[in-house]
Design a protein around this ligand. Structure first.
Ligand code: CMP
Length: 272
């Protein structure tokens, strides 16, 4: 862990950058903004001493969701993923300011959204429709009447990475990703199937998931670095789709590129 000073106006990081550190503000003020095409940077909020930011890219292994800029001379305390996890376990009281700044951000963002929706007169029905589509895939759901889904390793490497011989999926979404090296760190990754991988990694921390989308069972790439392949079709930020349907019967699932050793067979059978 180390401290670093930034001059007024300095950019700490930009939206879309890769992120390897989280920051706690010791002194100064930070503006968080997102880029709106054709309109420039739109501020989302101002953060003050004690607030933590930059934790999202660190935890979900995705690019920075926003730009951070110093509004005045600022001193920050920098933490990498291991140090950040360590803080959670060694000093749980450090969570209090983190959680309250997180809730405050959510409240501010909700207020911004409310004002924007009111001004634009967006019909509530449009939002209901939007949520139905998104939430169908993210609500935690126990499988009672859905098909029986079994995952089995398709290679020796997958067994070595820690996957059991056969997993019957009991709830959706079912998340697969890279196991964290630091002890206890997996608590922050929310993977149902954490797999060991060595640098340079083929598997991202939040790699893919099996979900229900409307009436279909699908595989979703969760913004992984190297993508996912389902039945020979690529999924991911570089591919045409983030989501593809599972077919009934056998499916081949690959985490990473076509040469990746992390291959699975996913079998979908009608409910008993
Ligand atoms: P990260 O995505 O790593 O980089 C941008 C950071 O900005 C993000 O982590 C959060 O710490 C912070 N952030 C994201 N959204 C908001 C928001 N709506 N209000 C305030 N801070 C935010």
């Amino acid at each position: 862990m180390r401290d670093k000073s930034f001059a007024q106006g300095a950019v700490i990081f930009r939206e879309g950058d890769e992120g390897f550190e989280a920051f706690r503000i010791l002194e100064g003020r930070i503006e968080i903004s997102i880029h709106i095409t054709g309109q420039g940077d739109a501020p989302l909020g101002h953060l003050l001493p004690g607030d933590i930011f930059g934790e999202m890219a660190l935890l979900d292994d995705k690019p920075r969701s926003a730009t951070a800029r110093a509004l005045e001379p600022t001193r920050l305390h920098l933490m990498n993923a291991e140090e950040f996890n360590e803080l959670f376990f060694s000093d749980p009281s450090s969570l209090a300011p983190f959680l309250s700044s997180f809730f405050e951000r959510l409240r501010n963002t909700n207020d911004l959204l409310r004002r924007e929706l009111e001004q634009r007169n967006v019909p509530a029905a449009q939002l209901h429709q939007f949520l139905e589509q998104g939430v169908a895939a993210s609500g935690h759901e126990t499988l009672h009447i859905l098909p029986r889904i079994t995952i089995s390793p398709g290679s020796r490497e997958v067994r070595k990475a820690g996957a059991p011989e056969s997993i019957i999926i009991g709830h959706l979404p079912y998340r697969i990703g890279r196991r964290q090296a630091a002890e206890g760190a997996d608590i922050l990754s929310a993977n149902d199937l954490p797999l060991r991988d060595k640098f340079p990694y083929e598997i991202s921390r939040n790699h893919c998931s099996i979900e229900r989308l409307g009436a279909e069972l699908v595989v979703r790439d969760r913004g992984s670095t190297l993508g996912t392949i389902l039945n020979g079709k690529p999924l991911g930020t570089e591919a045409e789709h983030m989501v593809l349907p599972l077919q009934s019967g056998a499916n081949q699932l690959i985490l990473g590129g076509a040469d990746s050793p992390f291959q699975f067979s996913v079998c979908v059978e009608p409910p008993a």
